[in-house]
Design a protein around this ligand. Structure first.
Ligand SMILES: NCc1[nH]cc(CCC(=O)O)c1CC(=O)O
Length: 339
């Protein structure tokens, strides 16, 4: 696997503390696998980092990725480390998702304001009208169904900023990805997991949440071989299925869609279980489904995701999508992204 002649691998990343931490983890793993190579980190701000006022849904696709991809295209960097959930399901011409790395905990979680230290354990403990911070339509729409008594309000910024706002402003709690908190050593702030297996949960996470995606130039065999060292096949297959659900349902517009994947044992065989939900923006209607099957290739994973998405579309998700598209045309709701 090791290449004969030494060279420098230039890694592109966003500048947030989480992005830098993730890039560091990948770089250290690559260094261990390729001790003869040198690595350089090229960090830069993206539109999502710079524009802190426009509502995220209105910023559209690629808000965390486009500037980095320009550097990849111009050969200023050789690979980009992304949170997979921030990567659009269709990449620009000439770019590929080279490798998906092992997933950190993909679940969404509740963090209570430090003002409430020790007072609450679950969302259900909060009083009527309590304010929950999240800028993700997916999270708000799914939680509104289960907790109509709670009020959902935008909260922007990187993890540290959101935690600070939660502690110092009017929020009673915020919803975040476990993965980011764990990677930044804030695990002790996690009060409640919100996945479908947890009482009071039932919140399906974002496509790709908790995994990292390494983007490279199409046909860059050297990089692809080098990155093999950090590929995690079970995560990659699961995430291809998740991304296929999203890609199939998007139809030109992003939607509040949640997923959950797990490798399960059935009839002595290892199978992928894929769950997905599409929710209306107000959370008043939702369509969900599940499929379980043996999956051994990325192609099969994509087929599985596509079939589940088509099934959801046929039993009501299409109606929800059409309404979102209608609203979008009239300018009411622009694109929906996950935050
Ligand atoms: N959109 C912001 C973003 N992108 C990735 C993560 C968390 C880490 C991950 O999912 O890999 C977050 C923060 C959050 O949702 O709490």
């Amino acid at each position: 696997m090791s290449s004969p002649k030494p060279f420098t691998v230039r890694i592109g990343t966003r500048r947030s503390a989480l992005a830098l931490r993730q890039t560091d983890l990948i770089m250290e793993a690559l260094k261990r696998a390729h001790p003869h190579l040198t690595f350089e980190v090229h960090a830069m701000a993206t539109m999502g980092d710079r524009d802190k006022t426009t509502p995220l849904p209105a910023l559209g696709k690629g808000l965390w990725t486009s500037e980095l991809e320009a550097k990849l295209a111009s050969r200023e960097v050789d690979v980009i480390v992304h949170c997979l959930k921030d990567m659009p399901t269709t990449l620009p011409e000439g770019m590929v998702l080279g490798v998906v790395t092992e997933r950190e905990d993909p679940r969404d979680v509740v963090v209570f304001s430090a003002r409430h230290a020790g007072r609450y354990e679950r969302l259900a403990d909060l009083p009527d009208g309590a304010i929950i911070g999240t800028s993700s339509v997916r999270r708000a729409a799914q939680l509104r169904r289960r907790y109509p008594r709670l009020v959902f309000r935008d909260v922007r910024g990187n993890i540290e900023t959101r935690l600070r706002k939660c502690d110092e402003e009017d929020y009673d709690a915020i919803i975040l990805a476990a993965a980011g908190l764990l990677r930044m050593n804030y695990g002790e702030r996690i009060a409640q997991f919100l996945d479908s297996g947890t009482e009071g949960g039932g919140l399906l996470h974002a496509v790709g949440q908790g995994a990292l995606g390494l983007e490279v130039r199409e046909g860059d065999q050297t990089m692809l071989e080098l990155l093999e060292a950090v590929r995690h096949v079970p995560t990659e297959i699961a995430c291809y299925a998740e991304r296929s659900v999203m890609r199939t349902l998007e139809g030109g517009c992003s939607v509040p869609i949640g997923v959950e994947t797990a490798w399960v044992e059935e009839d002595g065989k290892k199978k992928l279980r894929l769950r997905a939900v599409v929710v209306s923006l107000d959370g008043n209607s939702a369509v969900d489904g599940e499929s379980v099957q043996e999956v051994t290739s990325l192609r099969e994973a994509e087929d599985m995701g596509k079939r589940l998405a088509e099934k959801l579309a046929s039993i009501g998700a299409q109606k929800i999508l059409d309404e979102i598209n209608k609203g979008r045309e009239s300018g009411a709701a622009l694109k929906v992204s996950d935050a």
